[in-house]
Design a protein around this ligand. Structure first.
Ligand SMILES: Cc1cc2nc3c(=O)[nH]c(=O)nc-3n(C[C@H](O)[C@H](O)[C@H](O)COP(=O)(O)O)c2cc1C
Ligand SMILES: [Mn+2]
Length: 482
């Protein structure tokens, strides 16, 4: 189990590994994780001291490394246009995500299931004890020009973006908290855009504020331990506050502090930087184009404006970055999406075995079906459960869903397209899909039942040599080695 470490990740490795009973638990922080990787996985940690440009160059370095199948954490110490060090690609390998969760690679999926079953509420610490409140800038002191002006792709909007932006919000009716990541385009000294997909909880929370005519208070958190990021991306119902999933993943409550602007929102006490403010329900702005996880940008759109009232940060903060469309961008969502797909597919049919998500918007599910109607039930449940479920393929349990050759063979050899392909029109998908014709993300979706019929229309058997004859073959004798 070379990929296993103890789940307690410390702020500083020298302060000790796993805590013993009675010790104060060690903080869960970006800098703690960087120190862990720097000391325990040297090949995964690269410091760049030469001056680099935040405009295309850091993205180019990550892209060039990925082309060579390398995906280390990069710490850029000297970035043009900012005094902050820029850390990118923290979650750029599955091995590091497993390290962050303190489990082996194969256990990442089950860790999500355990966390969902054993949620742990966060614990509030006093503001003065929260490192993220070491420095507070208010009102006129707020200047987003302080942040590194990151630009990734040639055809993106010229304005810089925050990509590692975890948004904390609260449902105004239920009072339940919500965490999710959102791209934010910097518009000026104290304003950004915020991109919220229809069908996601934050969008629903925003719509409730709009109906009331009240701005939506949020806190935008940058610089987090990857276990916090992974938990925040958990895809459950709106009744689940993702902080409790993070607690479940860590096996103990995450320390949080109240925002300094009196919104009552909670932010991770050991985060690097927090922007506090509110999203307008009356003011919007042009946002994008922005190259996305799909590998495409789909034009400019209008998004509401986020106005920043205060910035809080640790002393000498790191700025965390995620290269949009890079490996990290895809990997961070993977545990949550796999968990969601498996859960929703199993709710439709108990015989669901495994899922694979080999490409954007695509899910492959293996199923031990009890009747010939079950694949269609799984297909419809998944296509309707998530905006990112656009194509669903169901294979038999003896097909490996992650082996695309096997999946394509099943599609060719087990499907009759006029009866076993499901097509839905006008479902909620995503406008980030370059084929989606509509701004609102309404989209066609497709499911393919590539399972064998339980009773074939004509006699069908699989090629099979009688096992007793195969077993009796003596190859040494045949090849003359006896
Ligand atoms: C790096 C990154 C950037 C993301 N950017 C956006 C975004 O701009 N807009 C969006 O709606 N979702 C974005 N997502 C996906 C959501 O954060 C994710 O689906 C989340 O689980 C939604 O949670 P919610 O339904 O609780 O609000 C992003 C995810 C990642 C990992
Ligand atoms: Mn949510």
């Amino acid at each position: 189990m070379a990929d296993t470490v103890a789940p307690m990740i410390t702020d500083s490795v020298t302060s000790g590994g796993p805590t013993t009973p009675g010790d104060a638990p060690a903080p869960v922080s970006l800098r703690g994780f960087l120190e862990l990787v720097r000391t325990k996985r040297k090949a995964d940690y690269v410091e760049v001291s030469r001056r680099v440009s935040p405009r295309f160059e850091t993205a180019a370095i990550v892209t060039a490394l990925e082309a060579k199948r390398r995906s280390p954490i990069l710490v850029f110490r000297d970035v043009e246009g900012t005094s902050l060090p820029v850390v990118t690609n923290v979650g750029g390998s599955m091995g590091r995500l497993a390290l962050a969760l303190g489990c082996s690679l194969s256990e990442v999926g089950s860790r999500f299931e355990q966390a969902a079953a054993r949620r742990i509420e966060p614990v509030e610490v006093a503001g003065q004890d929260a490192p993220v409140h070491e420095v507070v800038q208010w009102g006129e002191e707020v200047d987003l020009g302080w942040l590194p002006p990151m630009v990734y792709h040639a055809d993106d909007n010229e304005r810089p973006y925050l990509t590692a932006a975890m948004v904390v919000a609260r449902d105004p009716e239920t009072g339940i908290g919500n965490l999710s990541y959102h791209r934010m385009m910097i518009l000026g000294r104290d304003r950004t855009g915020i991109y919220m997909e229809r069908g996601r909880h934050l969008h629903g929370i925003y719509e409730k504020h709009r109906a009331r005519g009240e701005a939506m208070p949020i806190a935008v958190v940058n610089g987090l331990h990857p276990a916090v990021t992974l938990g925040s991306l958990y895809a459950g119902t709106a009744e689940v506050d993702e902080y409790e999933i993070i607690g479940g993943l860590l096996g103990r409550p995450l320390p949080v502090a109240r925002t300094v602007t009196g919104t009552g929102l909670l932010v991770p006490a050991h985060a690097e930087i927090v922007l506090e403010g509110e999203v307008s329900v009356t003011e919007d702005a042009d946002e994008g184009p922005f190259g996305e996880f799909t590998g495409y940008a789909t034009g400019a759109t209008r998004t509401p404006v986020f106005r920043v009232r205060a910035i809080t940060h640790r002393r000498d903060p790191y700025f965390q970055d995620i290269v949009s469309g890079g490996m990290e961008h895809l990997l961070l969502s993977m545990p949550a999406l796999e968990h969601r797909t498996l859960r929703d597919a199993r709710a439709a049919c108990a015989g669901v075995r495994r899922v694979a998500l080999p490409a954007p918007l695509t899910a492959i599910v293996s199923l031990a079906k009890a009747d010939d109607d079950e694949p269609r039930r799984v297909i419809e449940a998944l296509l309707r459960s998530d905006i990112y479920a656009k194509h669903v393929i169901i294979v038999d349990e003896d097909v490996d869903p992650s082996d695309l050759r096997e999946v394509m063979a099943a599609m060719a050899l087990q499907t009759q397209a006029d009866t076993k392909v499901v097509i839905l029109s006008g479902e909620q998908g995503t406008p980030l899909d370059p084929s989606c014709p509509r701004e609102d993300g309404r989209s066609a979706k497709m499911g393919i039942d590539a399972t064998r019929p339980l009773a074939p229309a004509r006699p069908v058997t699989r090629n099979r040599i009688p096992p007793e004859v195969l077993d009796a073959v003596d190859l040494a004798e045949i090849l003359g080695r006896k």
